[in-house]
Design a protein around this ligand. Structure first.
Ligand code: AMP
Length: 307
């Protein structure tokens, strides 16, 4: 099945308690595509970069089967740049720089094939851009999934609500769910957010796992306890990529498939954080991914205690 990814392709400066990296390749679209590529072959990405973006990076994605012809290269332009610093508690970070550069003029135009994509992952972008993609689809995808952030809730809530009314799956973190719903309880928040439109909601809780809501059910997936965490950047996007890649590969959409999909998302996020940038996601083998998926199963598998 085909997966269409819309998201930033960027340069990042990252500082964590364990080191720093300058001008490394990042961006939500990049992480989503790398993570999804271990589950599904037919991926295309629509994004925009400047002339400064290394062709080898696009070639590397192509070599993993990701069609990058939808990444517009702006002559003389500069790629989106983001700089962030993590606190000792890796769940908190400060954004130091956001230079939109060519992303400021991003106006995604889908090809006829992309307009018929069965699975669509809209990475964190302005709700207006996300809506323009939705409007270009010839038919409603089997799953239209979306990521967003607090910034758009503060600055473009009406447009965001319009987008939320159109989607099937919302993937956000706990802080964003609380802001969007005005509720502290994530159970109450889920009811309010599902009433906004999405059929399913995933709330990520960083190293504390993720919750899935929908069909009047709740499921919890833990994050894998890791000995080595270097850089959480892109964990959320890798999660979304693994989740959507798995759904597209299975081509089944129900609560049970989504439960497995969030384990796939958690697995890709666990790889992502072990090294800086996209490094850990680039050289995995299918047996390595499978081994880690199995670890999740063993981590949570238990027989119900009987009194
Ligand atoms: P995450 O850690 O999953 O939130 O994603 C981090 C990635 O998102 C980084 O590689 C950044 O380049 C990218 N990013 C940060 N801010 C934005 C933004 N405002 N729009 C699009 N992408 C962004």
């Amino acid at each position: 099945m085909s997966l269409l990814v819309i998201g930033s392709v960027a340069f990042d400066d990252i500082e964590t308690p364990f080191g720093r990296a300058e001008k490394i390749v990042g961006g939500a679209g990049t992480y989503i595509s790398w993570a999804a590529s271990y589950f599904v072959n037919d991926i295309s990405i629509v994004s925009i970069v400047g002339e400064d973006f290394p062709q080898e990076e696009l070639d590397a994605l192509e070599n993993r089967g990701v069609d990058t012809s939808g990444i517009k290269i702006v002559e003389g332009g500069k790629s989106f740049f983001w700089a962030g610093r993590y606190h000792l508690n890796l769940n908190a970070r400060d954004t130091l720089v956001t230079d939109l550069n060519v992303l400021a003029d991003f106006n995604p135009v889908l090809t006829p094939a992309q307009r018929n994509s069965e699975y669509v992952m809209l990475g964190n972008l302005t709700p207006a851009i996300q809506m323009s993609v939705i409007e270009q689809m010839d038919v409603h995808p089997k799953v239209l999934a979306l990521d967003t952030m607090n910034y758009w809730m503060d600055s473009a809530m009406d447009e965001l609500l319009e987008v939320l009314s159109q989607i099937d799956l919302l993937i956000i973190n706990d802080e964003e769910a609380r802001q969007l719903s005005g509720q502290y309880s994530l159970l109450k928040a889920s009811e309010i957010i599902l009433a906004m439109g999405p059929k399913y909601l995933v709330i990520k809780k960083g190293e504390h796992g993720a919750l899935l809501f929908g069909e009047d059910r709740v499921f919890f997936a833990p994050a894998l306890p890791l000995t080595e965490v270097q850089d959480p950047t892109g964990a959320g996007d890798s999660f979304a990529g693994g989740l959507m890649g798995y759904l597209a590969s299975r081509d089944t959409i129900n609560f049970e498939a989504l439960k497995q999909a969030i384990i796939c998302g958690s697995t890709m996020a666990s790889f992502c954080v072990e090294k800086f940038g996209t490094e850990a996601l680039r050289n995995l083998t299918i047996p390595e991914v499978q081994e880690r998926l199995d670890k999740f199963t063993h981590l949570v598998n238990f027989e119900s205690p009987v009194l």
